[in-house]
Design a protein around this ligand. Structure first.
Ligand SMILES: Cc1cc2nc3c(=O)[nH]c(=O)nc-3n(C[C@H](O)[C@H](O)[C@H](O)COP(=O)(O)OP(=O)(O)OC[C@H]3O[C@@H](n4cnc5c(N)ncnc54)[C@H](O)[C@@H]3O)c2cc1C
Length: 457
């Protein structure tokens, strides 16, 4: 019998969506979700579950969807994942659950991410809420940073009965989910709705509180039974080439914060200062670079280039994002490495110099290694340049916690149970791993919650 193909996802047409910040995928209908879930062959040993960092019961959830038990599927997904509508949309499923789906060997793997997003959206529209029973245990935990790692640790600890207080530097909780990933991938009503769950179950979220600046780290250690550091990796890396301080050159973080957190995406009704010229270059080809490029296109830039020293086939960005970027007319200038940025007499960027590259052997991570080709330098006119080359942990907090053991690159050192060298202080997420993924940070948050519970008990 021929294997059924994946139920296609309806999407906004590229020529329409580049004029707005609305979600690109339009989501499954009930009928489509049931049909897609019914393709699952319910493997005896579900490989899809083995690689999920938060240990979701994928097989059982899909079975419930196939049998139209959406409520059951939603409540089961919430047991292990505080924010299933968000992870359904942004997880790199092709490298995890969907990447090992048995159906993928000969055809299309189950569309696990979109099914989970469907169920969570259905629950929101149907006013189905998860109401865990919480028995207070009288102990208090402070969490520094309200991104995916902090959120997950907070929810798990709260369910165990802890009084949890989160300290977040920005004016909104969510970390990268709020300030980094644009609304066309992660609609803001979805973010707000899933974050509201934390306050509903009694997590106290204190925004505009920067630990190490307007909240003392030592005070937290004295006042709380344990502290979880989930401060992320928000400091951008640069190439250290000439011209990086020219006007018109941004870090991707600054650009995306202006777009998302300061609402430049609500153009023309919102007047956040953001300079986004006609010809924009973005250095890098990860999710961050593509988010910046696709946001620039939506802000009205005529030509947007991804400048990358490898090829898009070897890039770290999610396949879906590369596919969407190509459809939207983002131009991939592959196998080119920036050498300098050049400006006019007033200090505004005018162009970038690029050197062509070729592959030679493998680098330390096992990826093809790009090397520069002699005498291949050329100029490209640009009026805006966005640097998206990864991030490291912010020094703001670390400089105020000199007794905390860290790596030279700024990552916090911990033992296997996520405890740092300071008793009762735990850490996780990007603060520990450097730039990683939402679900990896959430997996860290879950493991740390168990370790903190054991420590306090
Ligand atoms: C633009 C962009 C796109 C991405 N796309 C994807 C994707 O598609 N899929 C995916 O899986 N991953 C993606 N990632 C990576 C993913 O978002 C991160 O790995 C994840 O958010 C890390 O979670 P975290 O909780 O460790 O840190 P963060 O999300 O960075 O949250 C840390 C929080 O701590 C706060 N904080 C920092 N210092 C302090 C302090 N001193 N006091 C109080 N609060 C503090 C910060 O303000 C922030 O809110 C993307 C990242 C970016 C930047």
């Amino acid at each position: 019998m021929a294997m059924k193909k994946r139920v296609p996802m309806r999407e906004q047409a590229p020529e329409e969506r580049i004029k707005n910040f609305d979600s690109v995928p339009l989501g499954y209908s009930k009928e489509e979700a049931i049909e897609e879930a019914a393709r699952c062959i319910q493997c005896k040993n579900p490989t899809c579950e083995s690689g999920c960092p938060v240990r979701m019961k994928i097989k059982e959830i899909i079975d419930k969807i196939a049998h139209e038990d959406f409520k059951g599927a939603f409540l089961l997904s919430k047991q292990d994942n505080a924010v299933p509508a968000m992870t359904g949309r942004v997880c790199p499923q092709e490298e995890q659950c969907e990447g090992v789906c048995v159906l993928g060997k000969k055809g299309d793997p189950i569309n696990i991410g979109k099914l989970f997003a469907f169920v969570a959206d259905w629950a929101r529209e149907s006013n189905i809420v998860d109401q865990p029973e919480i028995k207070e245990n009288g102990k208090k935990v402070a969490i520094v940073g309200a991104g995916p790692a902090g959120i997950t640790c907070a929810v798990d600890l709260r369910k165990m009965g802890y009084q949890v207080t989160m300290f977040e530097a920005l004016h909104l909780a969510g970390g990268v989910l709020q300030y980094g990933i644009p609304a066309f991938r992660l609609p803001r009503d979805v973010v707000d709705y899933e974050l509201a769950f934390l306050e509903e179950i009694g997590v106290d979220i204190q925004v505009n509180r920067i630990v190490g600046q307007n909240v003392g780290f030592d005070e937290l250690r004295e006042e709380y039974d344990a502290v979880y550091l989930a401060t992320g990796a928000g400091a951008p890396k640069f190439m250290k080439i000439p011209g990086e301080k020219l006007k018109g050159v941004y870090s991707a973080n600054e650009f995306l914060i202006r777009v998302n957190l300061m609402k430049a995406y609500q153009f023309p009704d919102w007047d956040t200062p953001i300079i986004c010229g006609d010809k924009v270059g973005v250095i890098g080809c990860g999710n961050v670079a593509l988010d910046a490029a696709r946001a620039a296109k939506r802000l009205g830039s005529k030509e947007v280039y991804i400048l990358y020293r490898r090829t898009k086939a070897t890039a770290p960005a999610r396949n879906e994002e590369i596919h969407h970027a190509v459809e939207e007319g983002i131009i991939f200038q592959e196998m080119t490495c920036p050498s300098k940025m050049v400006g006019d007499k007033d200090g505004w960027l005018t162009h970038i110099n690029l050197i062509k590259t070729r592959f030679q052997g493998l680098d330390r991570s096992g990826r093809p290694k790009p090397v520069n080709i002699d005498d291949s330098e050329f100029e490209m006119e640009l009026d805006t340049l966005i640097v998206a080359l990864g991030t490291t942990p912010n020094r703001l907090f670390l400089n105020n916690a000199p007794e905390l053991d860290t790596f030279d690159w700024g990552g916090i050192k911990t033992g296997d149970n996520f405890e740092t060298n300071l008793p009762g202080v735990f850490a996780g997420g990007d603060a520990l791993n450097g730039g990683s993924t939402v679900i990896a940070a959430m997996g860290n948050g879950r493991d740390a919650a168990v370790a903190i519970d054991e420590y306090i008990k």
